[in-house]
Design a protein around this ligand. Structure first.
Ligand code: ADP
Ligand code: MG
Length: 714
């Protein structure tokens, strides 16, 4: 590459196949492809997992029993045999000029192949004495090439493909050397580099792959992490600003009297948090561009009232509100709650004497009868229906709204971006409705910035006064479980109701509802713990009509206990239910358990939640303990993030946004915030990033087409 050429951009590097490197033949190239390394860019983004400090290596003669150590040696012999328990045992002798060390590997038959005599290896393990001499069992092995640096990078490897970490190091080395003459573009503005005292991009790539000391590698990491976070934040903030500038929405009349009348008739005062969030929403609705707001609120925080206020603001200006729920049960329940809260409210109607008519709320779900559906469709088109509650049916083909003003999506983590986009296209006046997404699963702030960074976020962080915490306990073993059923019977004898929730086990794509039916049979059968009580059964296999009937009976108090799968997980609201029993609780995630617990404790009645069963793993144990110890959804969300890693959170929305290799939403919280601030500042000065073409190009490259598609659809 001639020196006069401009520095290489990430896109340039992405266009160079790894097979262009020396010593990468067909076989290596295929193996690298299997590790998702196709281009030189992928290679440079394949970061070391750790480093071996060669000055910290021990000689074999210096090894001490029980003390972890690195040693380097060459393989003398390797052999493999079967043990009596039919496991493979590979035995390898390595030596340096001070002595010999035996390595044994159980169930790693490939080690015999890779540890051929003459190979130079570094092993890391704990020497233990066995029959008089030291040996290491199942040490971590790195094959070394001829390295001169003090720090040897150790790359993530894949067991399936046979490319050693020293080979990867060699390829990376070659790639970096070949980039040297032209250099690598650094698209981050110098002012930012200065502000955070960052090293340049090329220095960072060098520093992470072949550091001279650990300071160099940590500076490199710090820089490259920031780049990842900044790209994501720039994309999200840019999208947000773009929507603000390029979409036309409704400037709603936020000071009508409908909302006031509604609030005045509520049997309780709003919490401070509800009032604050309603004000935030009203502020958005008054603006000419559409709202894109996420409402986070723990279970029971009172999101329904907030959602209603948002829709009523639309209604008082002659627009319609729509609330979309993830399941029919939830849609029906939202409908009933809302219809009763809105009962007796009227809206202006010029065609009538007195100029008013009752506000009309309708339910629209897939399983409604044809006549009901026709009525709803007509009412939406004419504007007769002011508020509609439903499922996906709300976005079905051909459904017309007279003037859709506010859309609320009760997401509960079940809707994707796509559905939101479709729903937004529904206003025939060719304006975009305002959008409020509600979620009951709290997301830690910095994670929300990344996952929902294109939305404004409101948090309902206060429960209505007088809520008693739900006493939560973990019942392990038959004795404690017996006490749980005693407690259920006691609650029922006081006129209260209970839920019993069982896991659904999914096997090869088929949902197994046996656990719930078996539990039902066991509890209600002869001599069962709940015989004599009125017990209902609900799961994904019952028809919608049956489901509705059973829910109706439970709501009205005609059933004492509801045995069900997690169909009741979210949103079901029966204030008289005070006991929640979760069977096989170790199978549920933290968020799910917290949701389930939120189904009780909804009135001023003392409530309990029992988590039944043993934990199969230490992680399950940690989950159950966390739920017993804390009733704060945000605390639990942090614990969840700790336990499960960010993959799960990211998975919800971030499939195309897998640019975070080094940065972690858990460990780099402060950098998420800094990157967000930097992104906002850059976009404030230059909304289209016209003077940052290289950065924009890199964002498009790294964040992929999916993101671009979203932008167009929105
Ligand atoms: P969420 O959807 O956030 O889980 P809901 O909106 O279903 O919570 O409200 C839970 C319960 O609390 C409902 O019974 C509701 O009527 C009641 N509620 C809502 N806001 C208040 C308030 N400010 N004071 C007292 N009770 C309230
Ligand atoms: Mg709710």
């Amino acid at each position: 590459m001639p020196e006069g050429d401009p520095p290489l951009s990430l896109r340039d590097l992405d266009a160079i196949g790894v097979d262009r490197l020396r010593d990468v033949g067909r076989k290596r190239a295929t193996a690298l492809t299997a590790m998702e390394i196709n281009s030189v860019l992928d290679l440079l983004h394949h970061y070391p997992r750790r480093y071996i400090d060669r000055t910290n290596q021990s000689r074999i003669a210096e090894l001490a029993e029980g003390e972890d150590a690195f040693v380097e040696g060459s393989v003398q012999r390797s052999s493999s045999r079967r043990t009596k328990q039919r496991r493979t045992l590979v035995e390898v002798i390595i030596s340096d000029d001070t002595g010999r060390l035996k390595l044994t590997f159980f169930n790693q038959p490939w080690q015999e192949q890779s540890l051929r005599p003459g190979r130079q290896v570094i092993v890391h393990g704990r020497p233990m004495r066995y029959r008089g001499s030291l040996q290491m069992t199942n040490p971590v092995v790195d094959l070394v090439g001829d390295r001169t640096g003090r720090f040897v990078p150790v790359y993530p490897q894949s067991e399936k493909v046979n490319v050693s970490t020293w080979e990867i190091a060699k390829f990376v080395d070659q790639a970096l050397n070949r980039c040297q003459p032209r250099g690598i573009v650094d698209p981050i503005p110098p002012s930012l580099l200065q502000q955070f005292d960052f090293v340049g991009r090329q220095t960072a790539f060098n520093g992470i792959h072949r550091p001279v000391d650990m300071r160099e590698s940590s500076q490199a990491r710090r820089r490259l992490k920031f780049d990842e976070l900044l790209r994501v934040q720039l994309e999200l903030v840019r999208r947000k600003r773009w929507l603000e500038r390029h979409t036309v929405g409704v400037s709603h009349a936020v000071d009508g009297e409908l909302v006031d009348r509604f609030l005045a008739r509520l049997p309780f005062p709003l919490t401070g948090a509800q009032q604050r969030v309603i004000d935030e929403i009203a502020g958005d609705l008054a603006q000419p561009h559409p709202m894109h707001r996420l409402l986070q609120g723990d279970v029971g925080a009172g999101k329904t009232v907030v959602a209603l206020c948002a829709m009523l603001i639309a209604v008082q200006g002659g627009f319609q509100g729509a609330l979309m729920a993830p399941t029919e049960v939830l849609a029906e329940q939202h409908f009933e709650t809302m219809a009763s809260l809105l009962d007796d409210l009227s809206v202006p109607d010029e065609s009538r004497l007195g100029g008013e008519r009752p506000l009309r709320v309708e339910l629209l779900t897939g399983s409604r009868g044809a006549a009901d559906r026709r009525r709803a469709v007509a009412g939406l088109a004419s504007g007769d229906i002011n508020i509609v509650v439903g499922t996906h049916a709300l976005i079905s083909e051909g459904l017309e709204y007279q003037a859709l003003g506010v859309v609320v999506i009760d997401e509960q983590h079940r809707f994707g971006v796509e559905q939101r986009a479709v729903l937004r296209d529904r206003g025939p006046r060719s304006v975009m409705p305002d959008l409020l997404v509600m979620t009951a699963t709290p997301i830690p702030r910095t994670a929300a910035m990344t996952v929902y960074g294109d939305l404004d976020v409101s948090v309902l962080d206060e429960l209505p006064a007088g809520r008693l915490p739900v006493a939560t306990s973990w019942a392990r073993g038959p004795l404690e479980e017996a006490q749980v059923w005693e407690a259920v019977r006691a609650a029922v004898s006081e006129g209260r109701q209970a839920y019993v929730v069982c896991p659904v086990i999914e096997e090869s794509g088929v949902l197994d509802v046996r656990s719930v039916t078996e539990t039902y049979d066991r509890l209600t059968g002869d001599g069962g713990e709940l015989t004599g009580l009125r017990v209902g059964l609900l799961h994904g296999r019952v028809t919608p009509a049956e489901k509705e009937a059973t829910m109706g009976l439970f709501r009205s108090g005609a059933l004492d206990v509801l045995v069900s799968t997690t169909v009741i997980e979210v949103g079901v609201d029966v204030p008289n239910a005070t006991t929640m029993v979760v069977i096989d609780a170790g199978r549920f995630g933290i968020a799910q358990l917290h949701q389930l617990r939120g189904r009780v404790g909804r009135a001023h009645l003392a409530s309990s939640c029992y988590l039944v069963g043993e934990a199969a793993t230490t992680e399950a144990e940690a989950r159950l303990k966390a739920v017993v110890d804390s009733s704060d959804g945000f605390d639990l969300a942090e614990v969840d993030l700790e336990l499960r890693g960010e993959g799960t959170i990211m998975g919800e929305r971030q499939k195309g946004r897998n640019d975070l290799r080094l940065a972690s939403l858990r460990h780099d919280k402060e950098w998420v915030v800094k990157a967000r601030d930097a992104a906002i500042e850059l976009l404030e000065a230059d909304p289209d990033l016209r003077s940052h073409a290289a950065l924009v190009d890199e964002i498009d490259l790294m964040l992929g087409d999916r993101e671009a598609e979203y932008l167009l659809k929105s």
